[in-house]
Design a protein. Sequence first.
Length: 201
Amino acid sequence: MSAMSNVEGIELLTLSHDRLRAVVAGVPEGAWSAPTPCSEWTVAQVLNHARLDQQAYGAAVTGAGWPEADPFHPADALEADAATELDKVLTGVAGVYADLPADAEEVATPLGPLPPRVAAAAAAMDAAVHAWDIAVATGQASPLDDDLAGGVRLAADRLADHLRDAFGVFAAARKVPEGAGRAEALLAFLGRDPHWTAAGS
């Protein structure tokens, strides 16, 4: 059976994974305990949460390889190299999605069955937003540009309210700043302060 024809979804997932990898690689030494826009979570905890979330997206499709810990109670640190462990998970998830049948109407996800494009966008949104969390917490440039934000908005519009209600993943939506671009609008919609800084946390 041929691979998934949803090129947009696969490209979006790959892009968000690449941005997350780059941000993790750029975390300065000693910054893993820094505060983040995720209330009460450090950089290390956000990374581990993102890693476990992505692992769950892959496991939901294959039925195997579920996270070894609760993503909502992430560890403070990994025993192994954080970037290496993250890369293993992201590579595996991307492979699972690339191998989906071209005629798949639904994909199993941790949030229930979703159309392939929405499922890929949901996994991409998770990676992209947590890449932003880590970047702003460690003084890096935002990895969430308007193109990436526009791509994952498909998932945000469909799933954000459910994630808020069921898991408390996102805070209440904020007012979108006047003149905001797609990235700022997405962050505000997901309850993030687009202008968050560690100093103001």
